[in-house]
Structures are given as structure tokens and as C-alpha cells.
Ligand binder design. Structure first.
Ligand code: HXC
Length: 257
């Protein structure tokens, strides 16, 4: 399968998608979003893949949706084509996705990072929703996911003024899981992804589903949902293996059964 706007690679049980439109700072055009969707389809259907890393270049994770492509759009066209629907593919990915963010993560770039499950930020990362400066607003979940991540006050300031956050601020506000030196970003992201990919896939996928349910349900419903998934995991061979390995003081060897 060939791609023009992304690089797709595997490393053991980790699938790696690298956004690759360097001349446009990885601006997210329709072709890139479609190719990313195809790569996610491939990794999701591959039993040999347990975790996915999404990354960009040192200068830009992604500087937003492609403004030059959007410029000529009008309302009927965006409505009839349901512009942005295809972006949701990433948020529907059932396997965990680690975003390794260096440089600009602006507008749609910040939004796709927030669709991922863990954001690791390089110390040069910059996060922002500058759409307001273009006469539009966040359209791929920015006003919703950012608000849930950093709270109303900070989300309002970012969305209403376009102010960008440094990596250190993003860390302090809870937008990213941690900040690492730029030089070690990819290595750290691979370590995290490798760890996840070595675990039992069913427990990993159910954990992702359960954490995400916290954003969509009441506490009581979320706890009921969590309990059912927790109980279901006792039907897996991996639960027997994980606990037997602990008792025998040896490493677990999961088979995804
Ligand atoms: C199209 C873009 C782009 C974008 C950068 N480029 N961002 N092209 N869409 N979002 C292009 C520039 O036009 C330029 O091309 C090249 O990348 C390098 O960018 P420069 O501006 O020359 O670099 P620099 O001076 O270092 O400034 C970097 C920057 C700036 C601060 C990131 O490029 C910038 O402000 N970009 C736009 C950020 C933005 O507004 N993002 C939100 C987009 S709206 P040439 O050909 O001139 O070399 C959005 C909506 C999402 O994301 C909603 C869901 C769809």
C-alpha cells in the first residue's frame, strides 16, 4: 500500500504513522486524512499490532487543517460533504494511539493529538487553537476535548484569542502526559507503545474504552460499565496467565486469548 502524505511503518507490535507534508508543516489536507484513515484500518485489523504511534516532524506535528484547501469552501459544500466527518476515524480507533508531538500542534493538529490516548510532548511543542484568527473556530473537537482536558478558563482563552501553550504549560494544565527532550521524543514514545503492545490486547482495548466512557457518561453509569468490562476479563486466558505469572514470580506471556 503506498502513501503520499504520511509514512507508515511497523516496529515489532507497534504501528507508526508519521505525518509527512514537510513543506506545509504537515497541514492536514483531505488526502492526508484519508491516508491516515487507511493506515489506521490496516493497523486495527492486524492482530500483530498492539499499539499505534502518531507523530510528525521536529518542526511540526501538524500546523492545522490545510488553510489553502479550505479557503474556497462554502457552507453548502461543507454541509453536503459533512466536512470533517472523515477526521473522526482517529477517535474511533479501538487500539491505543500515542501522539508524539514536536513543534507546532495547532488547530486541527492539536485536535488530532487530542483524539489520541496519550500525548507525549517534546520540549519544543506548541499547542493552540488559532482558528479564531481565520474567522472560524475549532471544528474537529477542539472546543470540546480541550475544555475537558484543561478546563473552561484556559480553553476559552486559547480558543477565543488563539494563544498557544508551551510544552511546559500543556504539561502543567494536564493536556499532555509528560514532556521529554526533543532528541528523545520518538524513543520515549516507542517505549510507551512497546509497553502497551506487550500487554493483553483485550485488557488494553477495554481499558481505553472504559477511560473514554468517563467523558460520555454519569459517574454511576461509568462505574457500572467499568465493572462489566473488569468482570469480562476474567473470561480470558490472559487473566489466568497474568495472575499465574505474578504468583510464580515470572514475567507474563500474553497470547491475546
Ligand atoms: C496550509 C500551511 C499551514 C496550514 C503552514 N502552512 N500552516 N499551509 N495550511 N495550516 C504552510 C505555509 O503557508 C508555508 O507555505 C509553509 O507551511 C511554512 O509555513 P510558514 O508560515 O512560512 O512558517 P513559520 O513562519 O515558521 O510559521 C509557522 C506557523 C504558521 C506559525 C505554524 O505557518 C501558521 O500560523 N500556520 C497556520 C496555523 C493555523 O492557523 N492553523 C489552524 C488552521 S485552521 P509556503 O508555500 O508559503 O512556504 C484548522 C481548522 C481545523 O486547523 C478544523 C477541523 C478541520
Amino acid at each position: 500500500m503506498s502513501y503520499d502524505t504520511i509514512l507508515v511503518d511497523t516496529n515489532g507490535r507497534v504501528g507508526v504513522i508519521t505525518l509527512n507534508r514537510p513543506k506545509a508543516l504537515n497541514a492536514l489536507n483531505a488526502a492526508l486524512i484519508a491516508e491516515m484513515g487507511r493506515a489506521l484500518d490496516r493497523f486495527e485489523s492486524d492482530a500483530g499490532i498492539g499499539c499505534i504511534v502518531l507523530t510528525g516532524s521536529e518542526r511540526a506535528f501538524a500546523a492545522g487543517a490545510d488553510i489553502k484547501e479550505m479557503q474556497a469552501l462554502n457552507f453548502p459544500a461543507t454541509y453536503v460533504d459533512d466536512f470533517i466527518t472523515s477526521w473522526e476515524r482517529l477517535s474511533r480507533c479501538r487500539k491505543p494511539v500515542v501522539a508524539a508531538v514536536a513543534g507546532y500542534a495547532l488547530g486541527g493538529g492539536c485536535e488530532i493529538a487530542m483524539m489520541c490516548d496519550i500525548i507525549l510532548a517534546a520540549d519544543n511543542a506548541r499547542f493552540g487553537q488559532p482558528e479564531i484568527q481565520l474567522g472560524i473556530m475549532p471544528g474537529a473537537g477542539g472546543s470540546q476535548r480541550l475544555t475537558r482536558a484543561v478546563g473552561k478558563a484556559k480553553a476559552m482563552e486559547m480558543c477565543l484569542t488563539g494563544r498557544t501553550l508551551t510544552a511546559e504549560e500543556a504539561d502543567r494544565y494536564g493536556l499532555v502526559s509528560r514532556v521529554v527532550p526533543l532528541a528523545s521524543l520518538k524513543e520515549e514514545a516507542m517505549k510507551v507503545a512497546d509497553t502497551i503492545a506487550g500487554l493483553s490486547l483485550a485488557s488494553v482495548m477495554m481499558t481505553k474504552e472504559s477511560v473514554n466512557r468517563a467523558f460520555e457518561s454519569s459517574l454511576a453509569e461509568g462505574i457500572r460499565f467499568e465493572r462489566r468490562l473488569f468482570q469480562a476479563l476474567f473470561a480470558t486466558a490472559d487473566q489466568k496467565e497474568g495472575m499465574a505469572a505474578f504468583a510464580a514470580k515470572r514475567g507474563a506471556s500474553f497470547t491475546n486469548n
